[in-house]
Design a protein around this ligand. Structure first.
Ligand code: HEC
Length: 118
């Protein structure tokens, strides 16, 4: 094997190596944006509570509401009282009537996902 053949062989094997390396990269899928994103307080729950609850469950509370729901910890600690009341038809929260089922489902899913803050 002369010098030219050696260089040629090295160049070819280099190309093969690069190609297989590149195709391995292609086989690794990019991280999907968020097919199974979990519900979090900051992203999903906070806006529902502030839009529907804190006019009474604010800080300070108003209209006879017994506690504040103004922080992640306060809402998380009350979740087992909140879920039955938002789904109650006889004494719903908010008292004016049940929220949309999508809002109620988000709060249920937040609990099922582990009550994440972020
Ligand atoms: C118009 C005022 C008002 C709004 C809005 C409101 N609440 Fe209330 N909430 C009250 C009052 C007054 C009570 C106490 C009387 C009762 O239990 O019905 C109460 C009680 C509760 C209780 C029961 C506490 C217990 O120990 O049983 C929960 C849970 C609750 N609210 C959650 C919520 C949530 C969650 C929202 C928003 C989705 C909300 N509330 C919106 C006034 C309000």
């Amino acid at each position: 094997m002369n010098f030219k053949k050696i260089i040629y062989t090295l160049a070819i094997s280099g190309m093969i190596f690069n190609c297989s390396s590149n195709s391995n990269d292609d086989l690794t899928p990019d991280p999907d944006p968020d097919p199974n994103a979990k519900i979090t307080y900051e992203a999903n729950v906070k806006s529902i509570i502030s839009g529907n609850c804190v006019q009474c469950h604010g800080n300070p509370t108003a209209n006879g509401a017994p506690f504040s729901l103004t922080t992640f910890t306060l809402v998380k600690n009350r979740i087992d009282a909140i879920i039955p009341r938002i789904n109650s038809s006889s004494s719903p929260m908010p008292p004016t009537g049940q929220m949309s089922s999508s809002n109620r489902n988000i709060i249920q899913q937040w609990k099922d996902d582990g009550l994440l803050e972020n």
